[in-house]
Every structure is written in C-alpha cells, then in structure tokens.
Design a protein around this ligand. Sequence first.
Ligand code: TYD
Ligand code: MG
Length: 451
Amino acid sequence: MKQTTSFTCTVCGTAYRKWAGKCDACGGWNTIVEEAPLSTGPRSLGAKGRPIPLSDLATEEAPPVRASSGLEELDRVLGGGLVPASAILVGGDPGIGKSTLLLQAAASFARKGLKCIYISGEEASTQVRMRAQRLGLTDARVALGAETNLRDILTTLDAERPALAIIDSIQTMWLDSVEAAPGSVSQVRAAAHELVTFAKRRGVAIVLVGHVTKDGQIAGPRVVEHMVDTVLYFEGERGHQFRILRAVKNRFGPADEIGVFEMTGGGLAEVPNPSALFLANRDQPAPGSAVFAGIEGTRPVLTEIQALVAPSTLASPRRTVVGLDPGRVSTILAVLEARCGIPFAGLDVFLNVAGGLRVSEPAADLAVAGALLSAREDVAIPPDMVLFGEISLSGALRPVGQTENRLKEASKLGFSQATVPSHSKFEGAAGLTVRQMADLTAFVGEMFGAG
Ligand code: TYD
Ligand code: MG
C-alpha cells in the first residue's frame, strides 16, 4: 500500500504515521501537522552504483584559511573566523536582532574584501537598505537581494559565486519541487538541504537565519541543526540591551563559546569585557547577591546571582528562576535542607542572573547557595568576594575546572577574596585571598554563623 501523507512534528521534526495531540519525542502539544512525504526516490538498489574515490587520513593540504570579520565577538564564536564553504545556522526569537547582526557581519566581511550577498525573504531591499543607512554600513559592498524562490536564489549564487551568502530567513524560502507551504517542516528541510549541499559543492559559506518560536507554529530550525556545521543561537531578554551569541554546535571550533553584544540605537555594539558590564550596575553590599566567577567557552565571565526569599502564602511556594536551570536550583535547595538543616519550605524563592545571561555550569552551585542563604539569613556576602564550586548531593563541594582563570578574572575586576571547594587546583591566586571549603556545612558555618 502506498502511503501518501505523513505527519510531522513542527518543533522537532519527528515523523508519525498517524496524527496525535502530543509529540512523544519532544513533548510538545498540538505540534503535529500533516505533510506531504519527502520523496525517497527509487527503492531498488539492484542497479550498479559508481565507485567513489577514497583517500587517506594523512593530508598535505593546508587547513582552510578562515576569514576574519573584524568583529571579534563574532569571530571567536565561529571558532576563530569564518570557514570557507561552511554552513551556519543562526537561530533566535523573532525581533532579537538576527537581521541586524548579520547585516553588520556581512558589511564587516565585505570591508575585509570578501564578496557577500545578503538575501532577505522577509524584507524588501529598500527596508534592508534603510537599516544599513541607519547602521552606517552603506559604504560596504554587500549585494542585496529580496527573494524567496530558492531555485532563483541558487541560480544567482551560482552565477555570482560569493564567498558568503546570508539567507534571511530559512522559513521564508520555498522550493517549487516540494508541495508544502513555506515554513513547513518539509520546505524548511528541503531548502536547508539544497543550500547546505550548494555550500559544500561550490565553496560558498552560507548563513541561514532561523526563527525559533516557543509555540512551534513555524517549523523550528531544530530540524536543520544536524545538517549544518555550526549552530549559533542569538539570545537575550527582550527588555535588556545585552545579546549573547552562543555556539551550541561547531564542527570547526569549541562549542559553548559566547560573544556578547549590546543593542544600541546604532545597531549591535561589541562588548569585549562582559564581566565589567554584567557587574556594572551592582548596588552596595546587599543580602541575596553573590558574584559567580564562571567560564563561558574559553573566556571567564563574572556574573551576579540574585536571590529573594520571602514568606509564602501558597500551599506549594513559588520557585521562580531566571537564567539558571530550575532542576539544579531545586537540587541545591534540597541539599541545603537535608545536609545543612536549612529549610525553605513555606518560603517563596526567586533567583535571577543579572544582565540576562544564562548560566548552565554546575560550578555556579556554590554562588547560588550563597545567594539563597544570604537572602534567607539577611546577611550580605562581602562585596569583594567571588564564589564557585559544584555541590554534590552529599553536601560536599567539588572542585571545578579552570580555577586559575576564574581567580585571574576576579582579580582583574577588583575582587580580593574567593571561596572555592577544597582540593581546587591552581598555582597562583592572582593576589586573592582564597578560602577552601570541604562541604556546604562548613561554608554555612563560616559565612553565616552556625547553620
Ligand atoms: P531584527 O534584526 O530585525 O530582529 P530579527 O531579525 O531577529 O527578527 O531586530 C529588531 C529589533 O532590534 C527591533 O526591535 C529594534 C532593534 N534595533 C535597535 O534597537 N537598534 C538598531 O539599530 C536596529 C537596527 C534594531
Ligand atoms: Mg529579521
């Protein structure tokens, strides 16, 4: 029996034979839609194929020359510049600044002598030009195009052979060979496949812009993630001016690297020293604040973790967490209760990472515990102290990597004390007074009197 339709989750791309209300793979509700199936081509493998040339691992070839944009925050996230013929996905919420970032990037690459083409499927050329004018980029030789038909775009790119092509956005592109609406999973997947294949064959680096929507209305760029070499996410809280470009996958460099930008009236400005910025608006020593010396990718970044603990009127008190993993916070609360005898039952807990950064390192545990205890006991942590260390379920503190880099950054920003786990490995303390603690109970005793 020939199957004519299939059902696909618009968020994660999982295929189903029948419609269902909930996607078993990603847990999304009402995300499964009917799609025309992708053509799988002729089934028979009986016909003879053509042998492909194979080669050794050893190579005489020089590594590809990376192109630098001159925007240091961007180059670092790319792993040290743009790799020729690579495919990059830049995802993010609508309105976060993806088009602005990529127009600025295109202009920077063009000023360095790269041939750049910017194809907008969302805005007319005049709109893009107006934005370029406002950003002061009109002198850069970037070729603009407004088109959504992928066949025409590929023909143009093939004729022009730029070094870099930006496709804004992948959700607006459509192929006439696929019978589905633009933005559907089949269209996005097919269009991305065509573009990535083109990038490899013709040696054109391609950047795809992808919108992520929380409700999964449009096919998320997650179906594209495994096709491309590099996945970057552009994040930030809408109300904040900071924007973080984060590498979540990179075949040509370290993942987890971040670049920090600030959204200004004149576009995105680079923030070469994010620690200073994240700590800039710090008030006088206040209960509930702890400074975490973290590592983002290859760079140390200091952030302030803020906690508020207040009596709750709710049967199950509130746990509101911004910028941290809520599961991790629950674990820390449970360890504080079980190992140190400090209950948070009947108390609402609010936690926030200042500046809109998202912290995912377990090394932040100690700073989170410090902020929570400081808020609960109403005792301020010394303002010149940084904290870091992982908390294990037994309440022991475990050393984390790159202790020395964290201490150096803290010293550079004028901090003079650090509280770290015992057995942390470091040679020099960079002028800081370092206190090593074996477990959370010792920490509580030392900082806040007996628990
Ligand atoms: P945009 O790049 O269009 O977002 P995306 O492509 O991710 O949807 O950015 C839109 C937002 O950026 C808009 O709300 C206004 C703001 N913005 C500035 O604050 N300053 C600027 O110079 C520009 C160009 C945009
Ligand atoms: Mg846009």
